[in-house]
Design a protein around this ligand. Structure first.
Ligand SMILES: NC(=O)c1ccc[n+]([C@@H]2O[C@H](COP(=O)([O-])OP(=O)(O)OC[C@H]3O[C@@H](n4cnc5c(N)ncnc54)[C@H](O)[C@@H]3O)[C@@H](O)[C@H]2O)c1
Ligand SMILES: O=P(O)(O)OC[C@H](O)CO
Length: 391
């Protein structure tokens, strides 16, 4: 067993598609040429995951090149460039303040330069920016590169509703998995224990252990003592949960902001979980039902998001202030993004296209409240009425 694997103490149970865990060790072969990793994105979650990845790349030099590039959408912060602040003070003062970043994490404002000679790309940007980023990357990424998307959302277009990992594969011609879980960024950045799920299909052109990315490499890349990783194959399941729980969280924020308390919030989460699973079964039948219940990316992420995520906060402020979603997002998030506001519109457009709006009354109600100013106090009736239409 390599020294890296020794330190990692991987167990096969963490590497299975199911949830059976065993205590047998799995060796991690040193890479023929250590994998070079770039994180695309430097927001609240982007910077947090870059910290996690940089810690592991420094810790396992047999497997990963120690320096990790992080592409930063350049901004001026009180006369200083954000990249300069990150590279000299090792803090992302705008999106992840008061967290010290590893010194092997290098902020780079040049997207194309940041992916030069890369082996593993970790995408972590608000999903509305993905088409433009992929457009810029096209032709600059070799087909041997492997990717993980940490984004939560869908791409809805001429091709229907698409997972973001599939969008990346289609546009860049590279294999892409996903990472999703009950992971409020600041808590992970503060190294409070949490779990996550990574999903990845080994591609047909897999080049072999030590030469290519497999489940063990992904576990080594993301697992930390404070960030426990389960690696599975259900990319669709974890991506659907990650995208749609943000819409459910908006519903929770509305009823909480109205002062209706825990029971109402639990009711929204119950209905929401049902709609998430139905969405998966209707549009991504390859997703596995147990993922919704058993993985961190499933019900656990729904719970944490509805308790303390940004979407619930924005929706609560909408209810208490009467301001619209965009004003509340701006007022609360200092440039961060509440992805549910975009996802509920994408979901509405897709459901309307395929005549299935009535099968998803909560998703539709959230859309109507955000975009058409429907009164949120009617939420229970909106869910009931649409249910009845469906009968
Ligand atoms: N923050 C969390 O707790 C969390 C946890 C898990 C998953 N996620 C998901 O991770 C993804 C990334 O979220 P985040 O929290 O890192 O981002 P964020 O919400 O903090 O967004 C800010 C980022 O967007 C960038 N940005 C602004 N304008 C841009 C432009 N025109 N082009 C490109 N980038 C631009 C900013 O530079 C900054 O890096 C999202 O899909 C989110 O749902 C977030
Ligand atoms: O802050 P939110 O609402 O984007 O949710 C954060 C994470 O997705 C929780 O896992």
């Amino acid at each position: 067993m390599s020294a890296a694997a020794d330190r990692l103490n991987l167990t096969s149970g963490h590497l299975n598609a199911g949830r059976k865990r065993s205590s047998s060790s799995v060796s991690l072969k040193a890479a023929e040429k250590p994998f070079k990793v770039t994180v695309i994105g430097s927001g609240n979650w982007g910077t947090t995951i870059a910290k996690v990845v940089a810690e592991n790349c420094k810790g396992y030099p047999e497997v990963f090149a120690p320096e990790v590039q992080m592409w930063v959408f350049e901004e001026d912060i009180n006369g200083e460039k954000l990249t300069e602040i990150i590279n000299t003070r090792h803090q992302n003062v705008k999106y992840l303040p008061n967290i010290t970043l590893p010194d092997n994490l290098v902020a780079n404002p040049d997207l194309i330069d940041s992916v030069k000679d890369v082996d593993i790309l970790v995408f972590n940007i608000p999903h509305q920016f993905l088409p433009r980023i992929c457009g810029q990357l096209k032709g600059h990424v070799s087909s041997h590169v492997r990717a993980i998307s940490c984004l939560k959302g869908f791409e809805v277009g001429a091709k229907g509703v698409q997972l973001l990992s599939s969008y990346i594969t289609e546009n860049l011609g590279i294999q892409c998995g996903a990472l999703s879980g009950a992971n409020i960024a600041t808590e992970v950045a503060q190294e409070h224990w949490s779990e996550t799920t990574v999903a990845y299909h080994i591609p047909k052109d897999f080049r072999g252990e030590g030469k290519d990315v497999d489940h063990k490499v992904l576990k080594a890349l993301f697992h930390r003592p404070y960030f426990h990783v389960s690696v599975i194959e259900d990319v669709a399941g974890i991506s659907i949960c990650g995208a749609l729980k943000n819409v459910v969280a908006l519903g929770c924020g509305f009823v909480e902001g109205l002062g209706w308390g825990n029971n109402a919030s639990a009711a929204i989460q119950r209905v929401g979980l049902g709609e998430i699973i139905r969405f998966g079964q209707m549009f991504f039948p390859e997703s596995r039902e147990e993922t919704y219940y058993q993985e961190s990316a499933g019900v656990a992420d729904l719970i944490t998001t509805c308790a303390g995520g940004r979407n619930v906060k924005v929706a609560r402020l909408m209810a208490t202030s009467g301001k619209d979603a965009w004003e509340c997002e701006k007022e609360l998030l200092n440039g961060q993004s509440a992805q549910g506001l975009i996802t509920c519109k994408e979901v509405h457009e897709w459901l309307e296209t395929c005549g299935s709006v009535e099968d998803f009354p909560l998703f539709e109600a959230v859309y109507q409240i955000v975009y058409n100013n429907y009164p949120m106090k009617n939420l229970p009736d909106m869910i009931e009425e649409l249910d009845l239409h469906g009968e």
